[in-house]
Structure formats: structure tokens, C-alpha cells
Ligand binder design. Structure first.
Ligand code: OSB
Ligand code: MG
Length: 368
């Protein structure tokens, strides 16, 4: 594939409501988009790094710098650039998986659009639509949380995930169970806010038979998670800790988790994400597709990924209107609690030029 240039673009999108987690409050999404231009097609990749290094060590200004200073020049220097060449070529630059994923995704999108193949077909999707869960942030009161959960259930979401933190865990879970019953598929996500010393407290969640508790302990604490797994009845899911297929294999070998949240950005792209999916499948461990408050561009690829055979649980792939009043693509909408996997070439969605223009805060064009 011949690449004639790469456009970097920063867009700022206000969230419909503040999203609070154990690591902070988001009110606006500051997103880096990568557009790879070829004679046959353009390809888009969305970088999921957040504004600040609070979910992981990456943040959008650093990702932008890594993309423009290292990754794009490396890509443009490849004799035969394609998506499978990105990982090996980028490997000598340590870390920065979200920056790498954005570039690799843009290349893959251009490549697939050029041959008319959908992302889902390329990845191995086996479903035309995927069940949608929703991640519900920490609210100012339990009443506010119950109203929010009720609204999401009315909209059709098939699974609720509550963000938890010390001081906001057993009480909100109990309230949601009491109001919506034991049949509601319910799970929690701590974003690494606890330590192993909190094991007795976390065990107080056991009576609510949650589907899982996501990332209770620190990113690098696989041993702690393995120990915690022996002390909880609630299954443990890892998010932040699963940085690669090798990390997934290690976590499973240690018994650190029984479920894996796959975020393609966190592991360096969709090719590595598929390897994580496959490693987990080989161990009989189900995965689900996480989210990073993506725009429609990132969402399109995630929805395709969520249709893989071992994505056995509803993910955090929610409809566009859960995040944004106006998305940069045609909005993803909920139909009977599901999102439809795009079938058009590549991502199968286009950024809408007028919206994109309005939300853009910065661009840079890089050529050979
Ligand atoms: O831990 O899953 C997480 C959002 C930003 C950063 C980390 C996480 C999340 C979410 C929301 O839980 C997922 C989504 O709806 O995109
Ligand atoms: Mg998480």
C-alpha cells in the first residue's frame, strides 16, 4: 500500500453528562484522530488516550507527540506499509500502546477500504449485532444513581456496570439490587482503587452475586489479584493489567482473573486485541469489549471486535447518545439493546465533514 500522507487531528467533544470514576471526572473528550491517506482510500484511527495520565500512563498530548515524532515517520519509512507491519516496526518504541493502536487502526482501515472488506469480516466477527452494556459513573447520591440506571434500562441496555471507589461501593450496589432485582446483569469497576488489605471489604459485595468486579487492584498487581480471587466469590475481571496477549497469558496462568476486558487501544491495536481474545479462548476464559468513551470512529471498530466468538459477555459499547449530543459519525443507536456491526468497507462509517470541522481544535499534515 502506498501512503501519501498522514493527517493528525485533535477534536474536542463535550460529554452529555460528567463521567466520574475512581480516577477523576471527565466532562469533555479531547481525542486524537489519525487519518492515513492513500491513492485508493483514506483510513481513520482514534487514539483512546485521555487528557490526563489517570487511567493509564498515556495521555493525549504525549500520544500526539509519539505519533508525530516516532510512529508516523517510521510508518512512512516502511517499504511496504500495512497493518501487520505496524506492530513489529513500532516495537522498538517502548510503551504508548494507545498511540500505536491509533496509527495501526488508520492503516488497517485504509487497507480494508481499498479492498472493500469490513472490519468485522477481517477480525472474524460471527454476529451481525452485539448486546450493549453501559458503564455508569459515580453520582452525587444513590437516588441520582437509581434514576440514571432506570433511564438506561428503559433505553434497553442489557447490562449495567457501576463505577465504584472506596466510600461508593456496597451501598450503591445494594440500592441497585434492591430497586432492580437479582435478575439484572450487574457488575462493578474499581479502576484499581483498592489494595489487597481491602479484601474483607470487597467480599461484602459477594452476596449481590455480581457478574464480576473489574480491576480492583493496581495495574501491576497480578499476584494481588490472584490472592484476592481466592478470597472473593465474585469473579475478577482485569482491564488495566491486560496490556498485551502475553500479559493475558500470565494473568490466566496465575489465576489473577476469570474474565478479561479487552480494549484494543490498551493493548496496541486490533491485531493484538485479537491475540488477547484468542489466548483467553484457549483458556476457556470469556472476554468482552471495553470502551474509552470513543467517538463513532473508535466505536465502529469496537463493535466489530465485540462480535468475535469469545466476546461472550455484553461490553461497554454503548450508543452514541450515551456520550455525545452529536457524534462525529452517524450515531450508533440501540435497537432492542443491541448495536449493529457495520458492514461497509473498513470501519464502515465516515466522519461527517461539518461536525468534524466544528469540533477540530488542531491539525497537522505529515508527508514523506
Ligand atoms: O475502566 O472501563 C474503564 C472509560 C474511560 C476510561 C476507563 C474506563 C471507562 C469506562 C467507560 O468504564 C466505557 C465506555 O462506555 O466507553
Ligand atoms: Mg475498566
Amino acid at each position: 500500500m502506498k501512503i501519501t500522507g498522514v493527517e493528525l487531528r485533535r477534536v474536542a467533544l463535550p460529554l452529555v453528562a460528567p463521567f466520574r470514576t475512581s480516577f477523576g471526572v471527565e466532562t469533555e473528550r479531547d481525542v486524537l484522530l489519525v487519518r492515513v491517506v492513500t491513492p485508493d482510500a483514506d483510513g481513520w484511527g482514534e487514539c483512546v488516550a485521555m487528557a490526563d495520565p489517570v487511567y493509564s500512563s498515556e495521555y493525549v498530548n504525549a500520544a500526539t507527540d509519539v505519533v508525530r515524532r516516532y510512529l508516523v515517520p517510521t510508518l512512512l519509512g516502511l517499504p511496504a506499509p500495512d497493518a501487520s507491519a505496524c506492530g513489529p516496526a513500532f516495537a522498538r518504541f517502548r510503551g504508548h500502546p494507545m498511540a500505536k493502536a491509533a496509527v495501526e487502526t488508520a492503516v488497517l482501515d485504509a487497507q480494508l477500504r481499498a479492498v472493500g472488506m469490513a472490519f468485522g469480516t477481517y477480525l472474524g466477527a460471527v454476529r451481525p449485532r452485539v448486546p450493549a452494556g453501559v458503564s455508569v459513573g459515580i453520582t452525587d447520591s444513590v437516588d441520582e444513581l437509581l434514576d440514571l440506571v432506570a433511564r438506561y434500562l428503559d433505553e434497553g441496555y442489557v447490562r449495567i456496570k457501576l463505577k465504584i471507589a472506596p466510600g461508593w461501593d456496597v451501598e450503591p450496589v445494594r440500592a441497585v439490587r434492591e430497586r432492580f432485582g437479582d435478575g439484572l446483569p450487574l457488575q462493578v469497576d474499581a479502576n484499581a482503587a483498592y489494595t489487597l488489605a481491602d479484601a474483607p471489604h470487597l467480599a461484602r459485595l459477594d452476596p449481590f452475586h455480581l457478574l464480576m468486579v473489574e480491576q480492583p487492584l493496581a495495574e501491576d498487581d497480578l499476584r494481588g489479584h490472584a490472592t484476592l480471587a481466592g478470597r472473593l466469590r465474585t469473579p475478577i475481571c482485569l482491564d488495566e493489567s491486560i496490556t498485551s496477549a502475553r500479559a493475558a497469558a500470565t494473568a490466566l496462568a496465575l489465576g489473577a482473573c476469570q474474565v478479561v476486558n479487552v480494549k484494543p487501544g490498551r493493548v496496541g491495536g486490533y491485531l493484538e486485541a485479537r491475540r488477547v481474545h484468542d489466548v483467553c479462548a484457549a483458556h476457556g476464559v470469556p472476554v468482552w469489549c471495553g470502551g474509552m468513551l470513543e467517538t463513532g470512529l473508535g466505536r465502529a471498530a469496537n463493535v466489530a471486535f465485540a462480535a468475535l466468538p469469545n466476546c461472550g459477555l455484553p461490553g461497554d459499547t454503548s450508543a452514541s447518545d450515551r456520550y455525545y449530543a452529536r457524534d462525529v459519525t452517524a450515531p450508533f443507536t440501540l435497537v432492542d439493546g443491541h448495536l449493529t456491526v457495520p458492514t461497509g468497507a473498513g470501519l464502515g462509517v465516515e466522519p461527517e465533514a461539518d461536525v468534524l470541522g466544528e469540533v477540530t481544535t488542531w491539525t497537522e499534515w505529515i508527508t514523506t
